[in-house]
Design a protein around this ligand. Sequence first.
Ligand SMILES: [Zn+2]
Ligand SMILES: [Zn+2]
Length: 149
Amino acid sequence: MNEKLVSIAIGATALIGLFFSRKKCSLCNKSHFGCTSCFVCNELVCKYCGKDISSLGFCCKSHGDIDSALINEKSVKVFSENYKGKIAPYKISKTIHTSYYRNKDNAEYALRFIAAINDANIVQEVKFTKKTENDNNYKYSVWSGNGRI
Ligand SMILES: [Zn+2]
Ligand SMILES: [Zn+2]
């Protein structure tokens, strides 16, 4: 076999392996196709234990009232780490951070949603981290956000 055929064979095996590997949902411990990472806690969740919210993916039902958080997210205020003005004290004094998203707005949305699900309406000291991903020599930027609630 020449080198190219070998690499094709390895690629196909990896693909088949990926297709048949069933990941276990961290909440119900059952194996399903398509378990995906909860964007709040990053644990794997299935569609039965998670709720699909927009392009961000799933959020575990265990985090609380997702429907209320979807509404309350809109009133969450985000303050950059450079903001010098006076802000209300932290609600629970906890650092939150998001996964990486192709769109910076998604990272900000995730921050507001995570705040809302924690009953906070302000995210302070917000900072975005940019990273470059490489997919077959195609380079693109991804963004993650973090802040304090
Ligand atoms: Zn599950
Ligand atoms: Zn979760």
